[in-house]
Design a binder for this molecule. Structure first.
Ligand SMILES: Nc1ncnc2c1ncn2[C@@H]1O[C@H](COP(=O)(O)OP(=O)(O)O)[C@@H](O)[C@H]1O
Ligand SMILES: [Mg+2]
Length: 286
């Protein structure tokens, strides 16, 4: 049995490309690196990852027909162990297959209530450890090479469960002064989690995203990122590409585009995702 690496996409901010990068790095790892990949969407009820893979209607229909038990939130509820004992194959009921090779455990509306419920768990060890236990017991035996978690863009009990469960964090960042400060804040927060709780979690990669080659500012801030964070910065910038927005709105990633459909920027973005995915795999292997 091989090792399963776990990695969270996280930054304490919305709109930086967490979901986009989770999906595209996942598909790059699956298709270009030939690894088995599971994506888990903890980022809230909008079910953005299901949308990105054209599964939104199916997931929504399951929720409306109440064929949504168990779901990702159930795995972190107090009675999960009792519940899972009653199910034949709990993991099979949680996982959806996508057309792009990666598997997905989609988000669920009850993640909101779960966040509040976790807040009522007195013992911090238990409050933040539930997802780790679920992954240990149910996901590791499935032999995925990489499990990528898309976390909420806020520090809350659900994102903490994600950070507690993973050894590595990928943070997509735009090249702005504010984002630079946020990246510093993230390093500090992860340091705090390591020191206060003994959790072995570190910033594995800052991923320059939505990069604009036409402005000096992006190049300048990128330099600043390299000076401060060195090799933690991913090897390739992900350019801002209309094709990414368009494809994900259509329920797919840019890896589904045929060669002759690829604009220059789309091709560049796709190659950058592959290079960053390969580098991420190397770092996870170390
Ligand atoms: N490299 C990119 N090029 C173009 N659009 C992007 C890129 N990365 C993200 N986006 C778009 O930016 C918006 C926010 O991205 P998203 O991945 O949803 O961020 P988050 O999950 O951090 O909130 C979405 O509309 C997405 O399509
Ligand atoms: Mg998101």
């Amino acid at each position: 049995m091989g090792q399963t690496y776990r990695c969270s996409t996280y930054l304490d901010k919305g709109g930086t490309g967490k979901t986009t990068c989770t999906a595209h790095l996942g598909v790059a790892l699956q298709q270009a690196c030939d690894e088995e990949v599971l994506l888990i969407d903890l980022a809230g009820k909008q079910s953005d990852l299901a949308k990105t893979f054209g599964l939104y209607e199916e997931v929504q229909a399951d929720i409306e027909s109440e064929d949504d038990f168990p779901n990702v939130a159930t795995t972190m509820e107090e009675n999960w162990t009792n519940v899972s004992d009653l199910l034949d194959d709990p993991i099979d009921e949680l996982v959806y297959e996508t057309d792009e090779g990666v598997d997905l455990i989609p988000a669920h509306p009850s993640l909101d209530a779960l966040d509040a419920d976790l807040g009522n768990v007195d013992d911090a060890q238990e409050r933040y450890h539930r997802l780790r236990e679920f992954l240990d017991d149910y996901v590791d035996p499935l032999d995925y090479t990489v499990v990528l978690l898309d976390l909420p863009g806020v520090a809350n009990n659900v994102s903490y469960n994600g950070l507690w469960a993973t050894e590595s964090v990928v943070a997509p960042v735009q090249m702005g002064p504010l984002e630079f400060e946020q990246a510093r804040g993230l390093e500090k927060d992860l340091g705090g989690i390591r020191d206060s709780y003994g959790v072995d979690v570190a910033l594995e990669m800052l991923l320059p995203n939505l990069y604009d080659r036409r402005t000096n500012l992006d190049a300048e801030v990128h330099e600043q990122f390299l000076e401060e964070f060195g090799d933690v910065v991913g090897p390739e910038k992900i350019v801002a590409s209309q094709a990414i927005r368009k494809a994900t709105n259509e329920g797919r990633t840019i890896f589904t585009l045929d060669e002759d459909e690829l604009s220059k920027t789309a091709r560049e973005a796709r190659e950058a995702f592959v290079t960053n995915a390969e580098e991420l795999l190397t770092r996870l292997n170390q």
